[in-house]
Design a protein around this ligand. Structure first.
Ligand SMILES: C[S@@+](CC[C@H](N)C(=O)[O-])C[C@H]1O[C@@H](n2cnc3c(N)ncnc32)[C@H](O)[C@@H]1O
Length: 250
C-alpha cells in the first residue's frame, strides 16, 4: 500500500485545528484509522463535508492512490446543529472555506468534491465503497436514505462511520430502523457520537449486535436531555452565574 507520504495523526490534528466543524480529536482518530486501513486504489466517500475538517483527515490518512469523494451541496440546508434551512449566504462561505482549507492542507488534488445532494451523487461514484462516512442531513428521512442507499454500496468487510449517532434524534431513529436489527453491519463502537460499523456481521451475531447498540440508548437519552436543557436557556443561566455551559453534544 502506498503509505510513504502519510502524515501521522498528530500532524493531521494540528492541520485541522483551525478548520471549523464538528469533529473531536477522538473522532479524528477514528476517521484516520478507517481511511488508513482503506486498501490501495480503494474508494472513500464522505457525505457532508462542511468546511473540510473531516475531509482533510480522511484524505491525509488514505493511501495515496485512493479515490476520495466529498459530497456536499453547500446549499444552506442541514448546515449544522439547529441550522436546518435558510443558510444560503453562509453556505457560499462554507464552499469557499472548504476549497481553501483543502488547498492549505495539501489535499485538494486528492479529493473529488461533488457539489450535490447525496441522493443525486450515486452516478458520480463508480463501484463499491471501502470507507463511507455519513455526516450530511441529520433529519430522519435523508439520514435513513444515506444509510440504506449508500450503505448498500459498502463492500463486504468495508467500514461505515456515522456522525451524530445516539445524539441526533433523526440520525438515531434511522439507525434504529436500519442497523440495530440489521443483518449486515456490525457495531464496532463509537467515539462520542461517531459510530463505527463494519460490513461483516455474522448470521449468529444479530442479537448481540442489537444489544450492543441498544446499550447506547442511555447515552442518547442524556444527549437529548442536554439539548433540551440548552434550548431552554440552561447555558445562558450557567454563564450568568459564572459557570461554563456544556457544549452542544456531538
Ligand atoms: C454537520 S456538517 C458536516 C461537518 C463535517 N463533516 C465536519 O467534520 O466538519 C453537515 C454538512 O452536510 C451538508 N449536507 C446537508 N444536506 C446534505 C445532503 N443531502 N447531502 C450531502 N451533504 C449534505 C451541509 O451542507 C453541511 O455542510
Amino acid at each position: 500500500m502506498p503509505t510513504a507520504e502519510r502524515p501521522d495523526l498528530e500532524t493531521v490534528r494540528q492541520c485541522v485545528a483551525d478548520v471549523d466543524g464538528w469533529m473531536t480529536d477522538g473522532q479524528a482518530a477514528a476517521l484516520y484509522e478507517a481511511a488508513a486501513a482503506c486498501p490501495a486504489s480503494g474508494t472513500i466517500v464522505e457525505i457532508g463535508s462542511f468546511r473540510g475538517r473531516s475531509t482533510i483527515v480522511l484524505a491525509s490518512a488514505a493511501p495515496s492512490d485512493a479515490r476520495i469523494y466529498a459530497i456536499d451541496p453547500h446549499a444552506g440546508n442541514d448546515r449544522g446543529p439547529q441550522e436546518i434551512d435558510g443558510y444560503v449566504d453562509e453556505a457560499d462561505d462554507d464552499h469557499r472555506a472548504f476549497l481553501a482549507n483543502l488547498a492549505a492542507a495539501g489535499v485538494a488534488d486528492r479529493v473529488t468534491h461533488l457539489r450535490m445532494f447525496s441522493n443525486a451523487a450515486h452516478d458520480a461514484v463508480d463501484g463499491s465503497i471501502d470507507v463511507l462516512y455519513i455526516d450530511g442531513a441529520h433529519r430522519y428521512g435523508p439520514a435513513r436514505a444515506d444509510i440504506v442507499s449508500w450503505g448498500e454500496r459498502v463492500r463486504s468487510g468495508g467500514t461505515l462511520l456515522i456522525h451524530d449517532s445516539f445524539s441526533s434524534v433523526g440520525v438515531t431513529a434511522a439507525i434504529v430502523r436500519e442497523l440495530v436489527a440489521g443483518s449486515r453491519f456490525r457495531y464496532v463502537g463509537r467515539s462520542r457520537s461517531l459510530a463505527i460499523y463494519r460490513a461483516d456481521l455474522g448470521p449468529g451475531d444479530r442479537w448481540s449486535n442489537g444489544a450492543r447498540q441498544a446499550a447506547q440508548f442511555p447515552w442518547f437519552a442524556r444527549n437529548v436531555a442536554l439539548k433540551a436543557a440548552l434550548l431552554c436557556g440552561m447555558g445562558r443561566v450557567m454563564e450568568r452565574t459564572g459557570r461554563d455551559a456544556p457544549e452542544w453534544p456531538y
